[in-house]
Design a protein around this ligand. Structure first.
Ligand code: HEC
Ligand SMILES: [Cu+2]
Length: 322
């Protein structure tokens, strides 16, 4: 599916809070435009009317209570209205108790989502034709409050779902939260909106809002393929590896990190001055503790990708084939 342009269409009504946000925005915008035009017009008119050629003798104005009251009271009312409508943003901070809590992990440069029952998401190819990427597409039920409990494994990221009008920074070491309730079935873009390095623009996926029944059915069926072997394991590994491809290649070319081509069996020179034969134990350690053995000539910036045991096994099986 191609990336939809982020339109400026207001009042899409995908979330409850969305319409309030749009109304607040529109109200402030209209007030600003009105006063911009009105003030400019009055200034231009006064330049003409009080030009010194027409008024060679200056006059001293002593004050005008009526005008002063008007220009104090009207802005006060408008500002109070903005404040009142702006209280919509308060709703965003009030996490409802019955929300479905999904853990969100951001890392360079992908998203990982974890449901309370550990149900796994399929990775799908999303993005434009030029840069299709495999990312977990988040499935959620319509009409149910969803809470994101967010944490970053590395740098500061920010989660943004424009159609829902929600956005929040995802920080290392500090948990942040965000909630919403989607009222319309459909697919919506999810971006990282805090510049986080080379492949920041690839931190893109989608949220798929499905009916309650469809969600329950999907959520309550056990993930199959617990016991993968042979080709199936390698295939799974190649899918898992798509999250490493921002930094590693399979064709021998150098990216941010060394290529995966011919990884097993070669000897890596480490920054510490020693060298290490690449075997399974070394690769596992490189993935689980990225900064333990840093390869010479590369920056120590490999991120810790959240992987479960099967994903790790699959990845190793796949890397061995390269
Ligand atoms: C943010 C970029 C980045 C991502 C994402 C990343 N790596 Fe790395 N990786 C590096 C860099 C840089 C190095 C070299 C420095 C070091 O060893 O820490 C490296 C080193 C390695 C090494 C050691 C290679 C050697 O020649 O000794 C292995 C194995 C590895 N990465 C596997 C992975 C796997 C598997 C993934 C995906 C699950 C992954 N990396 C994701 C940047 C990344
Ligand atoms: Cu990011």
């Amino acid at each position: 599916m191609d990336v939809k342009a982020i339109g400026v269409s207001l009042f899409q009504g995908v979330t409850d809070v969305g319409n309030s946000v749009d109304f607040t925005f529109l109200f402030i915008f209209i007030v600003c435009v009105f006063f911009l035009i009105a003030n400019t017009a009055v200034m231009v008119y006064f330049c003409w009317k009080f030009h010194h050629k027409k008024n060679p003798v200056g006059t001293n104005i002593e004050g005008n209570t009526t005008i002063e009251v008007i220009w104090t009271v009207i802005p006060t009312i408008l500002v109070m209205m903005m404040f009142y409508y702006g209280l919509a943003f308060n709703q965003m901070a009030d996490l409802p108790k019955d929300a479905l809590t999904i853990k969100v992990k951001a890392y360079k440069w992908a998203w990982a989502f974890e449901y309370p029952n550990k149900k796994k998401l399929e990775k799908e190819a999303v993005g434009s034709k030029e840069w299709k990427i495999r990312m977990p597409v988040l499935k959620i039920p319509v009409g149910r409050a969803i809470e994101f409990e967010m944490e970053s494994s590395d740098v500061v990221h920010s989660l943004y779902i424009p159609a829902f009008r929600v956005k929040r920074d995802v920080l290392p070491l500090i948990k942040t939260a965000l909630w919403f309730k989607a009222n319309k079935i459909g697919r919506y873009d999810l971006f990282c909106t805090e510049y986080c390095g080379d492949a920041h623009s690839r931190m893109y996926t989608q949220v798929e809002v499905v009916s309650q029944e469809e969600f329950e059915k999907w959520y309550n069926t056990k993930d199959e393929g617990q016991e993968l072997t042979g080709d199936a394991l390698v295939k799974k590994g190649s899918e898992v590896a798509s999250t490493c491809m921002a930094c590693h290649s399979t064709d021998g070319s150098r990216k941010v990190g060394p290529s995966f081509k011919g990884l097993f069996g070669r000897t890596s020179e480490l920054a510490s001055g020693s060298s290490h034969k690449v075997d399974e134990a070394y690769v596992r350690k490189s993935i689980l503790e990225p900064n333990s053995d840093v390869v010479k000539g590369y920056p120590p910036i490999m991120t810790k990708v959240p992987l479960d045991k099967q994903e790790l096994d699959a990845l190793i099986a796949y890397l061995k084939t390269l």
